[in-house]
Design a protein around this ligand. Sequence first.
Ligand SMILES: Cc1ncc(COP(=O)(O)O)c(C=O)c1O
Length: 416
Amino acid sequence: MLETAAGATPLDVERLRRDFPVLDQEVNGRPLVYLDNAATSQKPVQVIEAIEAYYRSDNANVHRGIHELSRRATELYEGARKTVARYLGGVDPEEVIWTRGTTEAINLVAASWGGANLTEGDEILLSVMEHHSNLVPWQLVAERTGAQLRYLELNDDGTLRLDDLDGLLGERTRIVALTQVSNSLGTINPITEIARRVHDAGALLLVDGAQGAAHHGVDLTSLGADFYAFSGHKMCGPTGVGALWGRRELLESMPPWQGGGEMISLVERDHSTYAPIPHKFEAGTPNIAGAVGLAAAVEYLEQIGPAAILAHEQDLTRYAMERLQTLPAIRVFGPEDPSMRAGVVSFVLGDAHPHDISTILDSEGIAIRAGHHCTQLVMKHYGVSATARASFYLYNTRDEVDRLMDGLATVHSIFA
Ligand SMILES: Cc1ncc(COP(=O)(O)O)c(C=O)c1O
């Protein structure tokens, strides 16, 4: 379901900014303006302190030891799983598998589910909008199994060509893998409607929630996904931790992906039996501090409220798009209507290469991203090799958009 941002209480951004120590610094002699949130978000003290407290007081390996610290570490680790399950709309915590992030979660499904279920001639439906993390794992499993890849194309306004969806969903379509929010265009996809059509065709739907979980909250009880992948670091949590959610019957039917400690029930010389979900998919010592940090991030975001965060981002996006349109030779990608996008604005400016734009902005203390954003198929669709991308989060302000505009005026004056 597309969360409606209208009517949300405005954020007290000045107060929230004090939670993020990294924002309080100068870069190249100017106060830092951090507009690279689609790549990774900054971390509030609540998250930094939760990780520090874990290492200071509770660190031990989980599940294995019958001693106080191990018991505490296990409680924190499994408690974090419950917190994440609550954030995802109150799903069963046993359906939440810790991973290193979105990339690993999608690789897990492609290798485990794909390896066990795809055969020659089966079809995997992707879109041209996908991050490489939601393309390459499917290419790898297609090569191994003989499955075919098919693609939903883009409209020029940065939305998916959904009129083509029913035609692309055939008898051989086994799985559809789509992003909830585009990291290079900002487009919010109508996942619930897509899920209905995918299920009517008898296929499964994997949703890449790397941007969605961070920027507009998730209710997996109504979204309609069969698998959902996301990363902690884009939502105020630490790097190296994220999760895969999957429907229980699917996860239970899937073979383990990686083998090792923690994921077994019994090990014999020539075979093993496996632990129940979620541990069947969690081989080796996990990122315990990462899980603790992610739970603190989730609690932080819950207190603010995903609807208020999205409303704030969309306000900044609307403001940035209005101001960008005043620049000569600007080309902004993605939906024109800011309510159809999360806080991501990609653009090119005349003949200035996006890397030069980013370098000039950096000299003024403004951090944006330049490149293909791991979406080379999107770049190809628009006939560009790269874009400049500003992406907003809960701590950004209109003043920072003004600083961006001042920086772009400098870029324009250099390249005009
Ligand atoms: C839409 C999307 N999918 C997947 C990823 C990959 O996430 P991670 O590198 O955290 O695994 C990203 C990261 O930028 C993303 O934006």
